[in-house]
Design a protein around this ligand. Structure first.
Ligand code: PLP
Length: 382
């Protein structure tokens, strides 16, 4: 394989191990995957059914115009952000939009600042596209936030992108408007730097305060901010592969060119379903978030009783990221836990060794039992 072929995602590796043990008949609770256990709402499935009756030919590489209009309306309502038609592009999930953006913009030697803990795919994508991932380690004491001081310490004339993901995977971290403005002020001195605002978990939040995204909080950066979102997490449509990027027209055009040369477009049928998701009733989003919150609280109640764990309560997304005190090897611990019947992902997969990631996008009773197994294993081995 070529030298820029990345290793298999450690998340998938752990999920596969868990699946293999289950296939042998072992009782393993899988807390590895970031995949909602809900189904897409009925009106989305109905739209897909009726789409089957249409001629599903090629559609534009930047997405069906009606879908781009639905995204436009959505962002206007959510953030009061007015994107024009040529400032939006649609891809095979947020993941492909992010990859295409790096592919379209990175030259060898360009740097991409990625706060850790990070979604495991960012550094691999950067390397595949010829860039250099610059990892900035954030601290649990500060809720895993990137601070203006940290950002100022790594920005330089080679910085092409800064990645911000809020609510974050795996941290659940959110930024206030003031915090985003603080970061934006530092970025004002680096006009060649784009910001990737990965908002894929933006609907899954547990705080009552106002929520904002970088492009809205810092209008001075609008022309170099790529807002990324999609239907995977909010609408439980992971397999449908629809995500979008919104930003300056020249960057959006370049992302669309890359898209047109790899898979042309995402599935036309999936785009029809995504239009229904964005345009239909949205009440279920709050209902599902309430269920996630209840699971988060139930899992935290078990984990907090364990003195070996330190946990920052996540403000959004559906992961817990506890630190295991005095842990020398998180991968070994994850394997030990697997033997004890609970599959987790070691923190090193997210650039933050010494932690474990537990997804609570799973049934509450199983989640609580998985947390009990984790605690029992730690108590027996520490
Ligand atoms: C932070 C983050 N960004 C992007 C994605 C990709 O989402 P999609 O399914 O839209 O490609 C994920 C999926 O796990 C994620 O956790």
């Amino acid at each position: 394989m070529s030298s820029n072929t990345p290793p298999l995602s450690p998340i998938l590796l752990m999920a596969r191990r868990a699946a293999a043990l289950r296939a042998e008949g072992r009782d393993v609770i899988d807390l590895t995957l970031g995949e909602p256990d809900f189904s897409p709402p009925g009106h989305v499935l109905a739209a897909a059914q009726s789409g089957l009756g249409e001629k599903l030919g090629y559609s534009p590489s930047n997405g069906i115009p009606e879908l781009r209009r639905a995204i436009q309306t959505n962002l206007l309502l959510k953030h009061n952000l007015a994107y024009t038609n040529d400032q939006i592009t649609v891809g095979c999930g947020a993941k492909q939009v992010i990859f295409n953006a790096f592919m379209a913009s990175l030259r060898v030697g360009d740097e991409v600042i990625i706060p850790a803990p990070y979604w495991a795919s960012y550094p691999d994508m950067v390397r595949m596209c010829g860039g250099t991932a610059v990892i900035v380690h954030t601290a649990p004491e500060n809720g895993f936030r990137l601070t203006p001081e940290m950002l100022a310490g790594v920005l330089n004339e080679r910085t092409r992108w800064v990645v911000l993901n809020a609510p974050g995977n795996p941290s659940g971290t959110l930024y206030s408007k003031d915090e985003l403005q603080g970061l934006a002020e530092v970025l004002e001195g680096f006009p060649q730097t784009f910001v990737m605002s990965d908002d894929i978990y933006s609907h899954i939040r547990y705080t009552s305060g106002a929520y904002t995204t970088l492009a809205a909080a810092a209008p001075q950066l609008f022309e170099r901010t790529l807002l990324v979102d999609g239907v995977s997490k909010a609408y439980a449509m992971t397999g449908w592969r629809v995500g979008w990027g919104c930003g300056p027209a020249n960057l959006i055009g370049a992302i669309t060119s890359v898209q047109s040369q790899n898979c042309t477009q995402t599935s036309t049928l999936s785009q029809l379903a995504a239009i229904a998701a964005l345009s239909g009733p949205q009440g279920f989003l709050e209902e599902r978030t309430a269920i996630y919150r209840q699971r988060r609280d139930a899992a935290m109640a078990v984990l907090r009783r364990c003195p070996a764990l330190e946990i920052v309560e996540p403000d959004g997304a559906f992961y817990l990221f506890p630190k295991v005190k005095d842990l020398s090897n998180d991968s070994k611990l994850a394997l030990l836990l697997l033997e004890a019947g609970v599959a987790t992902v070691p923190g090193s997969a997210f650039g933050t060794p010494g932690h474990l990631r537990l997804s609570f996008a799973t049934d509450e009773a199983l989640l609580v039992e998985g947390c009990r197994r984790l605690v029992a294993t730690l108590e027996a081995n520490v």
